[in-house]
Every structure is written in C-alpha cells, then in structure tokens.
Design a protein around this ligand. Structure first.
Ligand code: GLP
Length: 245
C-alpha cells in the first residue's frame, strides 16, 4: 500500500518557494537519475526552473538521464506558434537544462489524430513505469494541467473545451482572451493522481481561496486539485501570500 501524505510547506515568498521546489526536484533526480517527471508551464514554476538551471550551470545537477513529460497543450498549435506550451516548456526549462529532445514526451496539440496522440502519451507514461514526480501549478478554478471542473479522477489524457475562467486566466500570457485557443489537451487526472510524487507550487494572494479549498475542502469534482488529498506523497509548496498569513 502506498503512503498517503499531503505535506504542506509554507515559505516566506516566491524566491524561497523557487529554492525549496528546486531542492525537492534536485533531490529526486539525485536519488533517481532516470526519473520520469511531468513539468507544468504557467508562471509559478518559472523561478524553480531558473534555480535548477543555475545549479546545472554550477555543475551541481545532472538531468541527462531524466525523462520529461509535457503536462498540457493548446489544441491546433504547432510547436513554433508563439503560444505553444511546448515552446514555453522548451524555453523555460528544457533548453536551460540542456535536455535532449529524445528525453521529452510531448503532448502534440497539432497531431492529425488527437485521440491516438493522447493514447500514445498514456502508453509512454506506462512504458516509463509511471511518473515519479508531477510538478504542477494550481489553476484559479482548481484545475490541474487543463483538467477542468467538474473533473473525473479516472480521466485519461484527452482533448477538452477550456472553461471561461481558464480562458480569462490564460489571456494574460498571450495579450488578450481572443489569443487563447478554446480547446486543449491535458494529461489526465488518472495519470497525475497515480504519480509516485507530486509537487504543487502556489504563489500569490489571488490563489488563496482556491488553495484552501484544495487542501482543506472536501474532495469534489468542482475542485479538481482536491483529489490530490487522496494521492501519494504530495507536497504543496506555497508562499505566505497564497496561504493567507
Ligand atoms: C494554467 C495551466 C496549468 C498551470 C496553471 C497555473 O492554465 N493550464 O498548467 O499550472 O494554469 O498557472 P500559473 O502558474 O501561471 O498561475
């Protein structure tokens, strides 16, 4: 049986969050150099990724054997589109860590057969022996990846319509809501909740209410992230602003 612990760590500010997140990821990679890791995009993990890149530059970190999985993607965008989440992942973490393309499993939003691409992603997760660590951010509506509410914890990797709340929150990345694609692909909750470890990073007062519902509220489809309460080895890393101190 797996151990079920939600470990809540509250740190002073975003910088401390980035360092603590990098510590956790670096410890995992040291213990298991061939780890399979899902990497979120979004703004919250950017500091953590920068910190990891620094450590790699200083020769303190070797990620050459780790395997990285894309968490979510907009539908219909090729990797060269400025809004491609693969492009974001590449710029913010894969290139700074010098990860070879062969060690990355993409979620291709531009695949001719989306269903087959989603099945291939889930097969790649199985072939890797499951996910060792999912690095996740928290959507303003409680989504993980793009698993929108109401969420089914058994859902596979799939395409879906984005909710209005996600479109509005993603608008800030691309300069307006009209720039945000209406459909997306996401690693399914079944994949995320089966991970052997999860790091959920949450920063800023605007996440306060949804963070409390995630950790303290009932486990309900309307708050997809609340399902983490029943998952294995979950670390919720939040700054004081997000926790509300
Ligand atoms: C976005 C993405 C998620 C991300 C989350 C939080 O919509 N789909 O993968 O983790 O919302 O984003 P941010 O860290 O920018 O607040």
């Amino acid at each position: 049986m797996r151990e079920r612990i939600v470990q809540l760590t509250i740190v002073d500010d975003y910088e401390a969050l980035s360092r603590a997140g990098a510590d956790l990821m670096a410890d995992l990679i040291e213990a298991r150099p061939d780890a399979s890791i899902i990497l979120a995009t979004g703004e919250t993990p950017l500091g953590l990724y920068r910190e990891l890149a620094e450590r790699r530059r200083r020769g303190e970190l070797d990620v050459s054997r780790a395997r990285f999985f894309q968490l979510d993607a907009y539908m219909g965008l090729g990797p060269d589109d400025r809004r491609s989440l693969y492009g974001w992942m590449k710029r913010s973490v894969l290139d700074p860590l010098d990860v070879p393309e062969a060690n990355v499993v993409r979620l291709p939003g531009d695949a001719p057969d989306i269903q087959a691409a989603c099945r291939a992603y889930d097969a790649a997760v199985r072939a890797a022996g499951g996910i060792d660590l999912a690095v996740l951010g928290l959507g303003p509506n409680g989504h993980l990846g793009f698993n929108e509410p109401p969420a089914d914890p058994a859902s596979p990797t799939r395409a879906l319509d984005l909710t209005e709340e996600s479109i509005v929150s993603n608008a800030r990345y691309w300069g307006g809501r009209d720039e945000v694609p209406r459909r997306a692909l996401t690693a399914g909750l079944s994949v995320l909740l089966a991970a052997r470890g999860t790091l959920l990073v949450v920063s800023g007062a605007h996440k306060n209410a949804i963070l409390r519902r995630t950790v303290e509220g009932p486990i309900i489809p309307d708050v997809p992230a609340s399902y983490l309460q029943g998952a294995a080895n979950v670390t919720v890393l939040a700054d004081k602003a997000a926790w509300g101190e």
